[in-house]
Design a protein around this ligand. Structure first.
Ligand code: ADE
Length: 238
């Protein structure tokens, strides 16, 4: 996958890209990342990427001309046609809430462009004419889209072929099915009197499987009953 990130603070993305799963995905060739600095690419003589809002009010707004010319320099087509070639994702708290289904569908794309807002907002014409999808990490406000883009990209990278060694861990983790993951333990079996459940030390694979299945249901019921309700709603559907 090729991921193009358009942002005003590319330095914020440097270390996430050089560690862990994102580093591995880039090293294996599963992921190629292109950082585009909106200041450097700005047509403004002072390399500004933002301006005051028309109509007044606090804060600054990300400029449409800056984003459009950055898209054009990266892809060599009219900015409003980039979204015909790939999803152009605008990171914003107003977007569709990210979930694992959306991550999976983005992971199937050959290329994606991410536009990271900063300032108080983005010029509405970026939404209307340049982006094809708005994504939010949740109902809270970050100071900008860079950290959000890194989070989305990491979630994608771990699904790309060859990046994670253990396919079973992908299948069993929370949100790959309708349930949260069961509790996990590792050595030491006893620590300060905190014990690992006996069943996990029993070597009885059938009991372990049943215990994990029960725990996953209990945990989901306790923490995220909405997931079970959603599942119930789909029961009987083809
Ligand atoms: N930019 C600012 N807040 C955000 C959020 N919650 N999700 C995605 N991008 C953002």
């Amino acid at each position: 996958m090729k991921a193009h990130l358009f942002c005003t603070l590319p330095g914020m993305l440097a270390s996430p890209l050089e560690a862990g799963v994102l580093k591995k995905a880039r090293e294996t060739g599963a992921l190629e990342v292109f950082l585009h600095d909106l200041h450097e690419l700005s047509p403004d003589p002072h390399r500004k990427a933002d301006d005051c809002p028309y109509g007044g009010g606090p804060g600054m707004v990300l400029r449409v001309d800056v984003v459009a010319s950055a898209l054009e320099s990266a892809f060599d087509v009219d900015a409003d046609r980039v979204r015909e070639r790939m999803p152009v994702v605008l990171l914003t708290p107003q977007g569709r809430r990210l979930d694992q289904d959306l991550v999976r569908s983005l992971a199937d794309e050959e290329s994606i462009a991410f536009i990271c807002g900063r300032y108080e907002g983005v010029d509405e014409r970026i939404r209307e004419h340049l982006s094809s999808l708005e994504v939010s990490l949740g109902d809270f406000v970050l100071a900008g889209g860079e950290i959000a883009a890194a989070a989305v990209l990491e979630a994608i990278a771990r699904l790309l072929p060859g990046v994670l060694g253990n396919v079973r861990s992908l299948e069993e983790e929370s949100f790959s099915g309708p349930l949260l993951e069961y509790p996990q333990y590792t050595r030491p079996a006893s620590y300060r009197g905190w014990e690992v459940p006996e069943v996990l030390l029993s070597g009885d694979h059938g009991r372990v499987r049943r215990w994990r299945a029960e725990q996953a249901v209990q945990r989901t019921r306790g923490r995220r009953p909405d997931l079970l309700a959603e599942e119930g709603e789909h029961e009987g559907e083809e």
